[in-house]
Each structure stands twice: as C-alpha cells, then as structure tokens.
Ligand binder design. Structure first.
Ligand code: B12
Length: 308
C-alpha cells in the first residue's frame, strides 16, 4: 500500500517508482546509469520520475521478464517496446554475451576478498544477461569454480562464504524483480531438514519467476510439515525440493515422502540437486519426481505453463 503522501502526482521519487514498477532501487539506478534507460529529473532530494518514465520502466520490466537483455532494449522508444511486447517476440540475437561473462575477473575478485567487486560484477551481468544465461553462464559455472578452488585449497572457507552470500542476495533480488504480480500457477521452493545448500534451489526459483510462474520461496532447512502447510495455504500447484548432501542418510528421502503424502492430491513434488541425482530410485520410491538437471526443470516449468 502506498501512503497518501506518495500517491502518483506526476513526479515520483525512486522508492515510489520501485514499488510501482516492482524494479528494485539498485536495478533502477543501474538501468539509468549504464544504459540510459530513462533520464529522470532531479531535485534536492534525488531523482524524480514522470509518467513517461514510469510507463517505459514497466514495459522494460515485462520484456526483461521475458528474457530480453536490458542492454539491448533500454534505448528503444515506448512504441518499439510496446510492439516487442505485443509481438511476443523472444530475444533473437544473443551474440556478445560471451564477452560480457568475465568469470576470470570474478574469480580474481574472490581471490582478493573484494566483495564489492564481486557484487558489482554480478550485478552488471544480471542487468545485461537474460535469466537463463545468468543461471547457466554465470551462477552455475562461478559456483563450480569456487567450489573446486575450495576443495583444492586455493580458496578459503571465508571466500566460499563470501561468494555464497553474494549469490544468495543476488538470486533473491532477481526472484523479487521478476516474480509476476499475479500468477495462476504457484510453486513452493524449499530444502529438507539438515540441508543448507540452497543456491541451486534459488537459481531454480529465479528461472521460475523469469518464466512467469509464481514463486513461494521458503529457503533452506525446513521441516516437511512446514513445506506442506505453505503449499496448502498458498494453493501452489507444485513443490520443488533440492537435496545436495549425500550424507543425510534416509532422513532427506523421508522428508520427500512426508511432503508427497501431505500435499493435496494433484500437487507434483519435484526433487533436484546432487543427492537426488545420485539416488533416483529413492526419490521415485518416496513419490517424488526427479529433476535430473536444469533442462528437466525447464521442461517441468513449461508443462506448468511457464514461458521459456
Ligand atoms: C556453497 C557450499 C556450501 C555453503 C552453502 C551456502 C548456501 N546458502 O547454499 C555452506 C557453507 C552452507 C555449506 C555447508 C556445508 N557443506 Co557445502 N558446499 C558448497 C559448495 C562450495 C557449492 C555448492 C553449491 O551451491 N553449488 C551450486 C549448485 C547449483 O551446484 P551443484 O551443487 O553442483 O548442483 C548441480 C546439480 O546438482 C543441479 N542442482 C543443484 N541444486 C538443484 C536444485 C534443483 C531443483 C535442480 C533441478 C537442480 C539442482 O545444479 C547444478 C548443475 O551443475 C560445494 C562444493 C561444490 N564444488 O559443489 C560444497 C559441498 C556441496 N558441501 C559439502 C559439505 C560436506 C558441506 C558441510 C557438511 C561442510 C561442513 N563440514 O560443515 C556443510 C553442510 C551444511 C548443511 N547442513 O547442509 C560437500 C557435500 C558432499 C556430499 N556429496 O555430500 C560439497 C560437495 C563439498 C565437498 N566436496 O566436500 N556448503
């Protein structure tokens, strides 16, 4: 609810624009600074956006949700943006993305413990790349490299924690910015008790939001009963669970079974992550549907009406 004093009056401060468009303040600033998406006027308290800016930002948000890279559409006029939206055109030329993905620069920043640079580089990539590219070409390879570096002793636990925290924050804000205002199809995301690895799950939720599906992101390490309760209360159509640790024994699989047994009939329980991939029979036995990889995940999203 927007307070009375902040009701649209033709000139809106950035926090109001963030609420009206659903675009986080940092992203609004980045779209303006890097791509000149809009040029708000300023008064002594900061930026002031008008109705034309607001309209354009709403269009940009919807197109970015559909997978268009902001860097390619930021300078188009409102009529062109409207046409793109009406035509339902998907982004065509994805050329140039390889130049944008600078994993070496990211890993150098981790090496220097330069969290600000990690955040800045990731934020920049998120603004330029479409969601799928962000997941497949940045988040997953970056984590893989950091995990490898940690196992080989090149990175410390602190460096791994730094990257995990940065990615968790980034994925969380991408889920928020892309989540559709209204969606008939909601999905609940969680990891079972004892499982704190949630970055794969967060990436999965981000893709769902980008595909126009509703996201109820519960996070890591949750009792099955709570996952069931959230599914019932939100009327979600499916649950996505992630399991990474192989050493949780039967308890994680028991949790999958408890979720399957507890959710209303017709709600699909998908299970992904390294531990699920390693134990397909256990997942099937518990009544879950295994997602062997992110392709299988996107396939499931398409079946639920997600746009990819
Ligand atoms: C980051 C990390 C952590 C972070 C997690 C932070 C967070 N918020 O998620 C923290 C510090 C919490 C952590 C803790 C621990 N960790 Co840890 N961790 C990692 C690390 C470096 C990266 C894991 C990750 O997020 N990868 C990103 C995901 C996306 O990639 P992925 O796991 O390879 O998954 C692939 C697929 O399985 C799929 N996928 C993953 N999730 C999902 C979900 C869905 C829905 C789908 C469809 C697909 C999918 O996507 C990827 C595609 O390539 C790995 C090392 C590594 N190289 O992977 C260890 C690792 C997973 N951790 C490990 C261990 C042992 C632990 C601890 C027990 C350490 C300890 N002694 O305390 C604790 C356990 C905590 C707990 N209770 O769960 C082991 C697991 C060993 C095993 N096979 O069981 C690993 C493999 C390291 C190792 N080689 O020893 N860890």
């Amino acid at each position: 609810m927007i307070p009375e004093t902040e009701r649209p009056s033709g000139k809106y401060p950035i926090r109001v624009v963030a609420r009206l468009t659903g675009i986080p303040i940092d992203t609004l600033r980045a779209w303006e600074r890097r791509y000149g998406a809009v040029e708000p006027s300023r008064d002594d308290r900061g930026r002031l956006y008008d109705d034309v800016d607001l309209q354009k930002l709403k269009l940009l948000r919807r197109l970015v949700e559909r997978g268009h890279a902001i860097g390619r559409i930021a300078n188009l006029g409102e009529p062109e943006l409207g046409k793109l939206l009406e035509a339902g055109l998907e982004p065509s030329d994805r050329g140039g993305k390889a130049d944008a993905v600078d994993l070496v620069g990211l890993l150098d920043a981790v090496d220097r413990y330069d969290l600000a640079a990690v955040d800045r580089k990731l934020g920049k990539l998120a603004a330029v790349l479409a969601s799928r590219e962000m997941v497949h070409e940045v988040v997953l390879p970056f984590l893989r490299e950091v995990g490898k570096g940690w196992q080989e002793g090149r990175f410390t636990v602190a460096q791994e924690h730094m990257v995990s925290a940065s990615l968790r924050g980034l994925l969380g804000s991408l889920i928020r910015v892309q989540a559709p205002r209204e969606s008939r199809t909601g999905l609940v995301f969680a990891t079972p008790p004892g499982e704190r690895h949630e970055l794969g799950l967060a990436a999965a939720a981000m893709l769902a939001a980008a595909g126009g599906l509703g996201v109820v992101y519960l996070g890591a390490d949750l009792p099955a009963a709570d996952i069931v309760e959230a599914t019932r209360r939100t009327g979600a159509r499916a649950v996505v669970l992630a399991m990474t640790r192989l050493d949780t024994g039967p308890s994680a699989v028991d949790s999958v079974r408890a979720v399957v047994d507890g959710v209303p009939a017709g709600v699909e329980v998908y299970v992904g992550g390294a531990a699920a991939e390693a134990r397909p029979e256990d997942v099937a036995h518990a009544g879950g549907t295994l997602l062997q990889n992110f392709d299988a995940l996107e396939h499931a999203y398409r079946a639920l009406g997600g746009r990819f």
